[in-house]
Design a protein around this ligand. Structure first.
Ligand code: MN
Length: 287
């Protein structure tokens, strides 16, 4: 059995642009070691809030990224995305966008237009997944992963595990990953139970998106992040009420990190180069 290291309450939220009100679980706080959840570098959680209708979609304007991947999961509301590699898309409820910034791009993230006009519940997650040195400068890539394309493992009571990446008991997720990663949403009915097993060396955390659960017998409320020790493999999840839990596990990337703003490199020289590349237009252009 893998033991729990910390059950972390949502840190005070901050705004990203004017459209994303997020609780940053890491890096920082209990996960002050920037590699504690490697290959996951950052977890921004937009707990459920209700946005008022707006004619101009709220969001965050054009900004660069390089050296890693952004993974955006929509639970409520819809997000629109455009990038300088020519990709765009809408992330609706249950959908996932897996964007590889790699060598570098510009993008912007907004509330989708129709959602913006009606307003209403909004809940999302954005993860930053690090890339190892050998793939850091890979060409930008875009995986539009619809809810319908997820791997679905159905449990005996009709509860389900929606697999985004990696696998759950033989059911594979559609996402391509550069390093071994398991990412899935457990959507459990009241009293639903699921067992998880990941190599002890894989950094592992659960984010309770909604409902109340017990993890290895310990009660955990919605909006809390559970960090596990690397001391075992098996985790038991039981839903006290109808629940959704985001499950993250991955092989750590054992490389130095130079993190500055939207850049995630191995060395400071590479960060400086990325800034020069943005300024000289190498990341392309985006209106
Ligand atoms: Mn971004």
């Amino acid at each position: 059995m893998r033991s729990i290291e910390h059950i972390i309450a949502p840190p005070p939220p901050h705004m990203v642009g004017d459209g994303f009100r997020v609780h940053s679980f890491f890096p920082g706080g209990r996960l002050i070691d920037k590699k504690r959840m490697s290959p996951f570098f950052l977890l921004d959680y937009g707990a459920e809030i209700s946005f008022a209708p707006a004619d101009e979609p709220r969001g965050v304007g054009v900004h660069p990224h390089a050296g890693f991947e952004t993974v955006t999961i929509a639970y409520k509301g819809r997000i629109a995305h455009h990038d300088s590699a020519g990709n765009s898309g809408i992330i609706g409820e249950g959908d996932v966008q897996w964007m590889t910034a790699g060598s570098g791009l510009l993008h912007k993230e907004y509330h989708e237009e129709a959602y913006s006009k009606t307003g209403g519940p909004f809940q999302m997650v954005q993860l930053w997944v690090n890339l190892p040195f050998v793939h850091k400068k890979t060409k930008p890539k875009y995986q539009e992963i619809t809810r319908a394309s997820l791997g679905v493992h159905t449990l005996t009571d009709g509860s389900r595990i929606d697999v985004i990446a990696g696998e759950y008991k033989g059911t594979r997720g559609p996402a391509f990953t550069f390093t071994p990663i398991h990412m899935m949403n457990a959507r459990l009915h009241t009293n639903g139970e699921a067992e998880f097993s990941f190599p002890a060396s894989y950094n592992t955390g659960f984010l309770v998106i909604s409902g109340e659960v017990e993890i290895n017998g310990q009660p955990v409320n919605a909006d809390h992040f559970v960090l596990f020790k690397n001391d075992g493999e098996d985790i038991h999840l039981k839903a006290t009420t109808e629940s959704v839990v985001l499950i993250l596990s991955g092989e750590p990337i054992e490389e130095p990190i130079a993190a500055y703003g939207p850049f995630l490199m191995n060395t400071w020289a590479e960060v400086e180069q990325a800034i020069q590349d943005v300024n000289s237009g190498k990341f392309g252009t985006l209106e």
